[in-house]
Design a protein around this ligand. Sequence first.
Ligand SMILES: NC(=O)c1ccc[n+]([C@@H]2O[C@H](COP(=O)([O-])OP(=O)(O)OC[C@H]3O[C@@H](n4cnc5c(N)ncnc54)[C@H](OP(=O)(O)O)[C@@H]3O)[C@@H](O)[C@H]2O)c1
Length: 248
Amino acid sequence: MTVGIPIRRLWPEPSTEPLDDAALTALYRRGDQPRLRVNFVASLDGAVSVGGYSAGLSGEPDKRVFGLLRMLCDALVVAAGTLRHEGYRAVRLDEGRRAWRRANGVAAYPTLVVVSGSLDLDPAQAAFADAPVRPIVLTRADADPPPGLTDVADLLRCGTDRVDLAAGLAELHRRGLTQLLCEGGPHLLGALTAADLVDELCLTVAPLLAGPGAGRITAGDAGAPRHLPLRHVLAADDGVLMLRHARG
Ligand SMILES: NC(=O)c1ccc[n+]([C@@H]2O[C@H](COP(=O)([O-])OP(=O)(O)OC[C@H]3O[C@@H](n4cnc5c(N)ncnc54)[C@H](OP(=O)(O)O)[C@@H]3O)[C@@H](O)[C@H]2O)c1
């Protein structure tokens, strides 16, 4: 179903007709190999949030692609900072998207994977308490879970001093969760970049000068730059750009 603000492809092949959900699904299709796709929205001047939240950057076209990317993944990976701050709810999909998943041999819902070193997590948060599939918390060897967390989530322990992201992702692949979508936040993207684990970045650029103050989509310790070639450029009629960069 296509509704709302039209989205067109600008590059590599310009499309004159708006892209419907089937065309967008094909452009962001699942891969044959394990893959980590990261999805962010930023302002024109590089801000990751407005007033502390990403909502001020995201309009209807971004939300539409955001939802399609969730439909296409096996697991949704999010850092504890973003989960707590943005008040993540349970990852649910509408009937049309669940039907697409069934028809394509994918579990009805993606598994939520929360990355947390401290395990400072609230088991009553809807992301855990209402989850249609038991979430996984990727954490360190000796982190202490708060009461009730293991009632609502499975702990996956990788790394001693800090969460070993490479080992964690490898274990998710081993469990059949190969198409991974990461929704941030910036510290997790910084750590994934440093570990060279980012296969793809989908970046929505909102036509907004947010001004100084907010951070970028990446944060933490500096590491080596990583090259990610451009794969497509989409534009929505409200002036939003959607870039997809991915390696080979
Ligand atoms: N524009 C967008 O698309 C977008 C997307 C996402 C978030 N955001 C914004 O980003 C902000 C939140 O970001 P944040 O600074 O809290 O960063 P974050 O990356 O969301 O969360 C950082 C937390 O992740 C956990 N973590 C565990 N192991 C890690 C590892 N190896 N590397 C990195 N993190 C690890 C830690 O949680 P513990 O403390 O539990 O150990 C750490 O404190 C909010 O303002 C949110 O709105 C924007």
